[in-house]
Design a protein around this ligand. Sequence first.
Ligand code: PEP
Length: 253
Amino acid sequence: MRQQIAAANWKMNLTLQQGEQLLNEIIAKPHSLSAHQSAVFAVPFPYLPMAQAKLAGKTNVFVAAQNCSNKKSGAYTGEVSVEILQSVGIQYVVLGHSERREYFLESNQFLAEKLDICLASGMKPIFCCGEPLEIREAGTQNEFVAKQLAESLYHLSAEQLQQVVIAYEPIWAIGTGKTASSAQAQEIHAFIRAALAAKYGAAVADTISILYGGSVKAANAVELFSQPDVDGGLVGGASLIADEFVAIINALK
Ligand code: PEP
């Protein structure tokens, strides 16, 4: 079975103390992860060592950065490289979140550079894609997402692609309380998998975890995750509430 993943995206929320408290609460609540299931916590950069220490020794639990530089090292004040992240033990990084695309003008080509640096160093990217509302209303979401995949991913080898987790996040559903229906999520996840199969072959496409993101919460996670091509979720708001995120972990198939 493909890896099923519940990924928390704390964004720019919580103080260090609040983050520690949240992880303490999550750890204390009953949850179990089988071999094909993982939980990932994408926390602000300064909290990475704290989260690593709190979650050390927990099987299938990983800490992620929310971004990394497209440069290897050097005079890029304020940037954080893959090498720096790996030096504090980080194995996952979220790339191309719609907030980075919108507020920091990250393009598909720029993200391709970040993917290359990650994959050359053994860092696992969680690559976000997804359409804005006007594209969904025009019914051209498949074409929009296909272009994001083609421009950021399709130069990768099959072996490299298999290191990438994809998160489909319709922008109109992020932080809005509006969730894609499970049928809408399944439809576009199946489209993404078919597009990957057309480029890399079905055997490769079948191994790629495709997460859904956009107002996932305890109340809708079971139904969303039960869809055959939905392999878990990337979760913003609900990941800041221990009961909610533990229920989301427990909703993984
Ligand atoms: C996200 O941050 O990727 C996200 C999907 O946020 P939310 O769950 O709050 O919609």
